[in-house]
Design a protein around this ligand. Sequence first.
Ligand code: TRP
Length: 346
Amino acid sequence: MKKIILTGDRPTGKLHVGHYVGSLKRRVELQNSGEYDDIYIMIADAQALTDNADNPEKVRKNISEVALDYLSCGLDPEKSNLFVQSYVSELTELTFYYSNLVTVSRLKRNPTVKSEIQMRGFNASIPVGFFTYPISQAADITAFKATTVPVGEDQLPMLEQAREIVRSFNTTYDEVLVEPKALLPENEICRLPGTDGKAKMSKSLGNCIYLSDEPEDIRKKIMSMYTDPDHIRIEDPGKLEGNTVFTYLDAFCKDELFAEYLPDYSCLQELKDHYTRGGLGDVKVKKFLYSVIMEELSPIQARRKELEKDIPAVMEILHKGSIKAKEVAAGTLSEVKHAMKIDYFD
Ligand code: TRP
């Protein structure tokens, strides 16, 4: 069986270092591993509209932003098919048919939907499109017969529901769909906290470092990062748990970087030991973190600056990818319709 990846992001903002550490970096590794026959990376604009119906401009604007982030991080259109969800109208058709196989109570039980409904304060006024997005996500995955879906932990309930839909379809009609597996991040630090120490980075909290932030803004954000509130004087012993600066170092630091940027230490453990012992100030650690992060982001930002010069070329990459994705999805849709006995005129 072919090994096929599908994954994606909602275009509701530029991507930040949390996306990079949690998913983008991994996607590029998977792409370059050569282990996959096909890779589809989708900009989920239709899904973004399920809770942004009144804000189409935001979604539209972020299509090229997300594409720029993808390309500058190393996703290569020769190896990964980048496409826009709404262009592939077959996905909507599949969603409609799959929705016959899912009950309202099952959707209500989906923990991701539950917590997102709470987060968005929908209460009783949940848009139907939003409520049913797990079904649309099953369509996204199955249209490409994806075997592997690299996602964060929060998306596991979506995958579980997609697998149920596949099993239900295949037993009710015919063995057409492929059961996908989630591929979780390997590293433990798959979720970076916000710069304020809050668990999640979010635009509304203003606690994100974006991949496309100017270096000066990144420096400011790092210099005001949340650390250990009890580490007041340099001599005080400091705590590592919940200390955002060290969480970021765990995600970004490579021991080789000490020689260049902080030669008093040879590895991260040494730096941590000194911090917990006392005698190491936050400013010094933060300056080091800035160097470490910029080491990783500088080449990405340089590529982004180049790509930004020709947005029509970026849109053309998405257009080509979307045409190809549409062909593949149309193939699956016709198999689905055949299995459902609604292929009257073929
Ligand atoms: N729900 C994902 C997110 O919020 C985006 C997405 C849409 C997706 N369809 C998908 C991810 C299918 C994986 C597979 O970022």
